[in-house]
Design a protein around this ligand. Structure first.
Ligand code: ADP
Ligand code: MG
Length: 240
């Protein structure tokens, strides 16, 4: 579903990604862990071309996103992205936040967008919040609306960039539960997270990044539970 080869990204003179190779198969959950500033967000943003790679190739579902001739909007439509900040429209209800992109981007009619919107709100456990505005929802509920908004677009792939980092600790569990259910349903997911228990229990593979390179990669029982590289060990000692 995702194939990244020799990916480099610089901002001016600062090289942030220094040759990343990574593959995510359909239905796999890959968690990316690593210290702040190591290039995790930039890596995710290169997958849907929110950042343009300096060199290397990124293919998503067989489409080369780095090919200048690719229809990037078409590729992006198949990728759901959830950020640390929820980015909901404050003047729209939860349900309206879910229907607007369906109608504008996918050209679904109102009845269909509402039906799919309600169905998706149910999947994230927010059936009773359909008419609530973002300010009337907790952070965890807002993040679940943001996940539902992405799911309503029928993505082939979901990217998560520290989706629980802005939440109060007691709200983290509900969001992780939704992500876990999504993984169980077979969604392909690339997840940047500091939640090591989520990585250990849900990830098929864990990737440890430091300073723009993948230092260590493998099953969670290896990378999280028995890291080989001293940099991975040092990082895990700090976060666990
Ligand atoms: P992480 O998500 O692992 O914390 P990031 O990918 O956000 O790391 O950032 C990696 C490095 O790239 C940091 O040094 C950051 O300051 C820098 N960086 C990220 N985005 C930009 C940008 N748009 N312009 C300049 N520097 C950036
Ligand atoms: Mg980041």
């Amino acid at each position: 579903m995702i194939r990244i080869r020799g990916l480099h990204k610089s901002f001016g003179g600062l090289e942030v990604l220094k040759g990343i190779d990574l593959a995510v198969e359909r239905g796999q959950v890959v968690c990316v862990i690593g210290p702040s500033g190591s290039g995790k967000s930039t890596l995710l943003r290169c997958v849907n071309l929110l950042e343009e790679p300096t060199s290397g190739s990124v293919t998503v579902g067989g489409a080369e996103v780095t090919d200048p001739d690719v229809d990037i909007d078409r590729v992006r439509r198949r990728i759901g992205m959830v950020f640390q900040a929820f980015n909901l429209f404050p003047h729209l209800t939860a349900l309206e936040n879910l229907t607007i992109a369906q109608r504008r981007v996918l050209r679904r009619d109102k009845a269909e967008a509402v039906r799919i919107g309600r169905d998706t709100l149910r999947r994230v456990g927010l059936t009773d919040k359909e008419t609530a505005y973002p300010a009337q929802l907790s952070g965890g509920q807002q993040q679940r609306v943001a996940i539902a908004r992405a799911l309503a677009m029928d993505p082939d792939l979901m990217l998560f960039d520290e989706p629980t980092s802005a939440l109060d600790p007691e709200l983290v569990g509900d969001v992780l539960a939704v992500m876990r259910a999504l993984a169980d349903e077979g969604m392909t997911m690339l997840v940047v997270t500091h939640e090591m228990s989520f990585a250990r229990e849900v990830a098929d593979r864990v990737v440890f990044m430091d300073d723009g390179v993948i230092v260590e990669e493998g099953g969670p029982e290896q990378v999280v539970a028995a890291p080989r590289h001293p940099r991975t060990r040092a990082f895990l000692t700090r976060v666990l």
